[in-house]
Design a protein around this ligand. Structure first.
Ligand code: C5P
Length: 402
């Protein structure tokens, strides 16, 4: 996904600098070309050798304009070279410099000498973060479309405080970088409200047993991240998710368990949404009986009576306003296109993503997926096997074209 893509990492002076080890090693292992700039303050927390061990010393830039063998100024070379630039941890000091367009070290000079999207991941003590001056600078940088932001979140800080100022985790920073590489930083969904469902619902017979399916919610989470990174306001209604859910502050997350709960949440949120994407694997049936106490093995029915679950996406279609787009998924084995076309019409969808569950590296639980996208106007587009975040961006592009 990021093979040979050029990622510039600017590390600031904060204890969260250690998290950049994971970011850089993940990128390097995935085949990306990575260069790292360490500020003087960053070197108080982490050494150049740490990054050089993964990348080689020539891919490191430490201090100001350290350039043993360059024919051109290093900040110009790095600025032209970078396809995406991440600055993390972003300190109050560097933030202030960015807000005012100052350039007094290699990192800030490279910011001004580059034109690629820049991802900012601030980290600082809560009192520092909440200072009027810091908040003013934070608002100021966000008026520049080059800057994308991730975090900070709230949590336990290194100074023992619990509060805002915790740097985003690598599992939030990395997908954002991947999105920026995919989109070039465009915010084509700014102003759009996107409602997404994810995960596999659970229909309980008693507090212990349920009818479920293998969905992990990865596709829905990837869609939520992709839409967020393109500027949308995202609400994710999700059944239990793999790894506990979507991290970070940007996505409004509404957890549910059963199809009935998902139905209620989706109906409540639908009227505000511009796009609705039903990526969830919703149950078709549920047990007709429910025992609030755990049933003894001897009390379990031999044949389980079932009752249908209402089709949520069909209900949403009946309520759909002309400005809205409604997209469904069809997880299929064998011929995926014919049944998906039938569902597209029967459920009155604007588009459907037919994805195979009988192929390697796609479908339930996989990090990758493949699909055929079909819209109500007869447009059809195959998506070859790719990472789910990649597929999410392709799907969002497809919906833009309806
Ligand atoms: O009929 P099938 O379950 O394959 O349809 C898939 C599509 O319908 C998905 O978008 C899924 O989220 C949606 N669905 C629903 N309510 C159900 C079952 C499926 O909205 N009860």
């Amino acid at each position: 996904m990021v093979q040979d893509r050029r990622v510039l990492v600017g590390v600031g002076g904060g204890i969260a600098a250690y998290k950049l080890c994971e970011v850089v090693s993940t990128l390097a292992k995935a085949g990306a070309e990575v260069r790292v700039i360490l500020t003087d303050a960053a070197q108080e927390f982490i050494t150049p050798l740490t990054f050089a061990t993964w990348l080689g010393i020539r891919r490191m830039a430490i201090g100001d304009f350290w350039q043993p063998s360059h024919d051109r100024p290093l900040h110009i070379k790095l600025g032209e070279w970078a396809e995406v630039f991440v600055i993390a941890p972003l300190t109050a000091n560097t933030l202030a410099k960015l807000a005012y367009g100052m350039a007094d070290n290699l990192l800030t000079n490279t910011v001004l000498a580059s034109t690629c999207p820049i991802l900012l991941a601030p980290a600082m003590n809560t009192d520092m973060w909440e200072q009027v001056a810091v908040q003013r600078n934070w608002q100021q940088v966000q008026t520049d479309p080059r800057y994308h932001t991730v975090g900070p979140g709230a949590g336990i800080l290194a100074c023992d405080r619990v509060g805002a100022g915790r740097m985003a985790e690598p599992d939030e920073i990395l997908p954002y970088l991947y999105s920026l590489l995919q989109t070039g930083g465009k915010r084509d969904l700014a102003g759009k409200r996107v409602l997404i469902s994810a995960g596999g619902t659970r229909e309980f017979l008693d507090p212990v047993r349920f009818i479920g399916n293998p969905a992990t919610g990865k596709m829905g989470m990837a869609l939520a991240q992709a839409a967020l990174h393109r500027g949308a306001a995202v609400t994710l209604v999700h059944a239990p998710l793999n790894g506990g859910g979507i991290h970070g502050t940007g996505v409004r997350s509404l957890p549910v368990i059963s199809a009935d709960e998902m139905r209620q949440a989706m109906l409540k949120c639908a009227s505000d949404a511009d796009w609705i994407i039903m990526a969830a694997a919703v149950a078709d049936v549920k047990p007709a009986i429910y025992s609030p106490e755990k049933l003894a093995k001897s009390a379990l029915p031999n044949a389980l009576p079932l009752t249908p679950v209402p089709d949520i996406v069909t209900e949403l279609a009946a309520l759909k306003q002309p400005r809205q787009r409604l997209i469904g998924f069809a997880a299929q084995s064998g011929d995926i296109v014919t049944p998906a076309k039938e569902k597209l019409q029967r459920k009155k969808l604007d588009a459907i993503a037919a994805n195979p569950i009988d192929q390697p590296n796609s479908g339930f639980g996989s990090d990758s997926n493949q699909a055929v996208l079909i819209d109500k106007n007869g447009r059809q587009q195959a998506i070859e096997p790719c990472n789910k975040l990649w597929m999410a961006h392709r799907l969002l592009d497809f919906v833009q074209g309806i």
